[in-house]
Design a binder for this molecule. Structure first.
Ligand code: MG
Length: 205
């Protein structure tokens, strides 16, 4: 068919074929193999790790009001590590194309009676996180999600290390009791704790 004289002739669009040029894009299909329950638990774990970071920051600030700046440093380092753990879960969800849901972080407990009291609360905190990781691992097993199990292996090792470090501190604080010289020595040692990056030694230098 001829166009009207003097008017721009637009090219006629070719009929759709199955060639690569004209094939419509497939609808975006997010990765489906991250089980819903597992996704919820992984998101909750971001919150648990951030809450844990906040608890340790409160512990650090408690020590800042005592002469024990080394314990304050130890707790501060622990707080940063917990934030790092939260980021590992965050990036894992992003890498798996799963939706991230950030939730509110509760106000942490901030009243303690002694250094020993703080470290005992820290052990309880770590035991709680260990059981959360165990629940996650069971959910990953149930979903037959091998990638998530592999991802969680680092956290299983990390929790063994975390609990050991805190138990060591509790044992020594138990032995020292109220002896200020012993407390200051342990405080100085705690100040030498090195931050970890990506796993491994979470203990003191
Ligand atoms: Mg953690």
């Amino acid at each position: 068919m001829e166009g009207l004289p003097g008017r721009l002739q637009l090219p006629v669009r070719a009929a759709k074929t199955l060639s690569l040029d004209t094939q419509p894009m497939l609808p975006y299909n997010p990765r489906m193999d991250l089980d819903t329950n597992l996704r919820v638990l992984l998101n909750e774990q971001i919150n648990h790790e951030m809450s844990s970071s906040y608890v340790y920051l409160a512990m650090s600030s408690w020590f800042e009001e005592t002469p024990y700046s080394g314990f304050a440093q130890w707790m501060y380092t622990q707080s940063l590590e917990e934030t790092d753990h939260a980021m590992k879960f965050y990036h894992f969800l992003v890498d798996r194309n799963a939706q991230v849901n950030l939730m509110a972080i509760g106000q942490p407990h901030a009243e303690y009676a002694s250094a020993l009291d703080v470290f005992k609360a820290s052990l309880e905190q770590e035991q709680k996180v260990t059981s959360q990781i165990h629940n996650l691992y069971s959910a990953a097993e149930e979903a037959r999600d091998h990638e998530t199990k592999n991802f969680l292996n680092w956290f299983l090792d990390e929790q063994v290390e975390e609990e050991k470090n805190v138990r060591d501190m509790i044992d020594r604080l138990d032995l020292i009791g109220e002896n200020p010289v012993g407390l200051l020595q342990l405080d100085q040692e705690a100040a030498r704790r090195k931050p970890i990056s990506g796993g491994g030694d979470a203990g003191m230098a």
